[in-house]
Design a protein around this ligand. Structure first.
Ligand code: AMP
Ligand code: MG
Length: 340
């Protein structure tokens, strides 16, 4: 072992150089857990063919066992060992968007543990667009099952430090690398029904998918997704900062007025109020604006926690481009949503 190896509460901090990635791949092959960067957020990976290793992901994250994981590939050839009855639409999308932030839900092959899919007959698959992630999968020589590398319910990590904040001492290693550029998780598209359905908006916009497939694509359960399958009627918070987040939606003038008065009210009561400000940049299209917001959303929520704010006020944003994903995350992070 190199002398420069650093452990934080037992979790190995690895560089993103070739030898370190090879070391991380050996950990995966031996049934361990490695957090690795992707272009969306950090993933917490285990061999998708090793049931015991996959179970450790749920334990390390405190993740409910009914929330399925995404299988990550480095080569299209792996797809047939992961999924079966793959429709032509999948190949069309793969040609255009892989590697990239698009997870496809397909029929699961028997090689993949049902624990990966939380018992579902389907499996979500994607190929990440990140050198380190692709090398890790390639060197592991197995598909890697990975959800986001955060403690369940917390904002997803876009930096190795976020991973350590939540999971140091609970996982074998984390690869230190450049930040995750997209900043929100992949778009999850279900291809197992009669028409494609977006189960979760994410890093690839609905508009681009619609343009490629030449049809309108439905968004499942508007605002909800399969992350809340077993608790109908129960508020299930996700992506949440420590401080309660109040989301204000409605016409721009009215919501700005309410945000101002809420900020004044809580300031007077002695609360430290954090604002998640989506002030528009002149000359930026809504799509570009949304991409910038997505890139810093989770990071900003974690920064507000670090400042120990008592309350976070957030404002509705447009749903063009990645704005749909940003609003989905904000709604799930919110302790309360006020429509004016
Ligand atoms: P995470 O990477 O932490 O965002 O978690 C993966 C997410 O992918 C899950 O919460 C689901 O929303 C989605 N997902 C994974 N597998 C499936 C599947 N078989 N069917 C539907 N959605 C899935
Ligand atoms: Mg997650």
């Amino acid at each position: 072992m190199s002398r420069s190896m650093i452990r934080i509460k037992g979790t190995l901090l690895l560089s993103d150089h070739k030898n370190s990635i090879a070391r991380a791949a050996r950990i995966i092959r031996r049934g361990g857990l490695v957090a690795f960067p992707t272009e969306t957020v950090y993933g917490l990976g285990a061999s998708a063919t090793d049931t015991e290793a996959v179970k450790k992901i749920f334990t390390a994250k405190g993740r409910p066992p009914d929330n399925p994981l995404i299988v990550h590939l480095s080569d299209q050839k792996q797809l047939r060992s992961v999924a079966r009855e793959i429709p032509d639409t999948a190949y069309l999308l793969i040609e255009k968007y892989w590697p990239g932030p698009l997870s496809l839900v397909l029929q699961r092959s028997e090689n993949i543990s049902e624990v990966v899919s939380a018992g579902l007959p389907t499996v979500a698959v994607r190929m990440p667009d990140h050198r380190v992630a692709l090398n890790l999968i390639r060197l592991s020589r197995v598909p890697i099952a990975a959800p986001s590398a955060n403690w369940s319910g917390r904002p997803s990590p876009t930096d190795f430090r976020h991973v350590l904040e939540d999971l140091s001492g609970r996982i074998d290693a984390v690869i230190k690398s450049n930040v995750c550029a997209i900043g929100v998780e992949s778009t999850v598209l279900d291809l197992t029904g009669s028409e494609p359905v977006i189960l979760r908006p994410g890093g690839l916009s609905r508009e681009r998918l619609e343009e490629t497939l030449g049809c309108h694509i439905r968004l499942a359960g508007s605002g909800a997704n399969i992350e809340q399958p077993s608790s109908p009627g129960m508020r299930y918070r996700h992506y949440s900062p420590l401080a309660p987040l109040i989301l204000v939606t409605g016409a721009i003038n009215r919501r700005r007025r309410l945000l101002n008065s809420l900020a004044c009210h809580y300031n007077r009561k002695g609360f430290v109020v954090g604002m998640l400000n989506f002030t528009k940049q002149p000359n930026f299209s809504p799509e570009i604006e949304a991409g910038l917001l997505a890139a810093k959303l989770f990071q900003t929520l974690r920064q507000l926690d670090a400042r120990k704010v008592d309350l976070i006020l957030a404002e509705e944003t447009e749903t063009a481009g990645l704005g749909l994903a940003v609003m989905n995350r904000l709604r799930k992070a919110a302790a309360r949503t006020i429509k004016v």
